[in-house]
Design a protein around this ligand. Structure first.
Ligand SMILES: [Zn+2]
Length: 447
């Protein structure tokens, strides 16, 4: 039987300043860039899935691996003391790193190198970190006993390793496995000082040096992503639709979507997005269409002056569509606002989309309501509709007070304080939102 794997996005869906994921590369350790981190996590996730579903899972019980004892460094690691000046009989390698103790601030130094080297070994194939050995000459130098307290050094190292964030794709959920030895360094049979040896086992999933440097905007606030959330967003997969694939087909996959967008499926045989757009939102050249027509009729007969008010707003636009609702906010699962007659979304040629809120009377909170609705609309275009272009929905409040009849009391258009890099240059493209795209585009003459 063919087993379909969930499809990963083809490239990282997140930008990060720093992945905080280290790996071994030859005799050094490397900080993975976004793409490397993405491939690394993707592989770990797939490995965990294969192991859990595959025929071996009962035998293996997780992905626990061990460093082979045949490593040339192992006999030295087994020793209880080292000789000062002794030359170790093996060089640095993918699984061996030599570090000298710094002469001052030994604990600070150890706290700095552990989060780089220990995860690097754990994320690769495991290995040995020797602190107190010169990397060129392979000579044991240790750290003079007057400069270090072996007990506090041990507890500092253990604490630092336990602080490293671990993220699992597998069922194991264990901590990083390591063996720490602080051994005596002897000179002519006398205690000279201490050396530190850490054996790190390969880790089933991912060990970080700290949380990745990546942020997200949540409810207007910039928040730092937690390690777990970051990994989740980096490795998000299209759901496995094995069972449903006979009835459903994918219209939008995650591979092209921004970080928060979800895949879109439709029932086979039903009309596709393109056909629906054509059917629901087509506009003949030179026309401005109001839809749904019945709602437009009802609204204009219920509210005297509404037709004039809206028509006046539409004067600058030659072709487009006005999508009306008694409340766009309610359509978007936001709170209804009393006093709102209707919301109208204009998608027109040579303009960014504009959301008009028509209020019965002037209201200080009207602009806030309209801006929030426009913002949510934009969010939905991206996260639900999978729209990947740059788009701005402007918010505009109109007021239909009975005294002033058709006179519009127009609130200030919300400021477009976008960063400079976010240029809405190709307005026409921006207007081609998921639901307007083909209809307006195809019916219009080429620019
Ligand atoms: Zn794991």
């Amino acid at each position: 039987m063919a087993v379909s794997r969930p499809t990963f996005a083809a490239s990282p869906r997140l930008c990060s300043l720093r992945s905080s994921l280290h790996r071994r590369s030859g005799t050094s350790e490397l900080l993975m860039n976004s793409r490397e981190a993405f491939c690394f996590l993707k592989k770990k996730k797939n490995d965990a899935k294969i192991l859990e579903e595959g025929p071996f899972h009962k035998v293996h019980k997780g992905i626990h691996q061990e460093l082979p004892n045949s490593d040339p460094a192992d006999p030295i690691f087994q020793k209880d003391y080292l000789e000062y000046g002794e030359i170790l009989p093996f060089p640095e390698s993918q699984s061996v790193e030599f570090k000298r103790f710094s002469t001052k601030h030994i604990q600070e130094y150890v706290k700095k190198i552990i989060p780089e080297y220990v995860p690097a070994f754990a994320n690769t194939d495991g290995g040995y970190l020797f602190i107190g050995v010169d990397d060129k000459s392979k000579k044991v130098l240790g750290c003079a006993k007057k400069n270090v307290n072996p007990d506090s050094l041990r507890s500092e190292i253990v604490k630092t390793i336990h602080k490293l964030p671990c993220v699992h794709f597998c069922q194991a959920q264990g901590q990083i496995t390591f063996t720490l030895k602080i051994v005596d360094v002897l000179a002519k049979g006398e205690l000279y000082g201490y050396a530190c040896m850490i054996r790190v086992e390969p880790f089933c999933c991912a060990v970080f040096s700290e949380a990745p440097n990546s942020w997200i905007v949540e409810d207007k606030y910039v928040c730092s992503l937690t390690t777990k959330k970051w990994v989740g967003m980096m490795t998000d997969t299209d759901p496995d639709l094995l069972q449903l694939s006979e009835d459903f087909e994918c219209q939008l996959s995650l591979s092209s979507g921004p970080p928060l967008s979800r895949p879109v499926y439709s029932k086979k045989g039903l009309q596709h997005k393109k056909e629906l757009q054509q059917l629901l939102f087509s506009v003949p050249p030179g026309h401005l269409r109001y839809t749904p027509e019945s709602l437009w009729r009802d609204l204009t007969s219920e509210h005297e002056g509404l037709q004039e008010l809206i028509n006046k707003q539409m004067q600058p636009f030659s072709q487009g569509i006005v999508i009306l609702s008694r409340s766009w906010a309610v359509d978007l699962n936001l709170q209804e606002k009393p006093g709102v007659i209707c919301d109208a979304l204009l998608i027109a040629r040579n303009s960014t989309p504009i959301l008009y809120t028509v209020l019965r009377e002037q209201d200080a909170e009207g602009q806030d309501y309209c801006t929030r609705t426009a913002f949510t609309l934009k969010q939905n275009l991206v996260n639900v509709g999978g729209y990947t272009g740059k788009v701005c929905v402007r918010a505009k409040v109109l007021c239909l007070s009975p005294e002033s009849s058709a006179e519009a009391l127009e609130a200030a258009v919300s400021p477009m304080d976008y960063p400079a890099s976010y240029r809405l240059g190709a307005t026409w493209i921006a207007v081609a939102s998921p639901f307007s795209q083909t209809s307006i585009q195809e019916k219009s003459s080429p620019e």
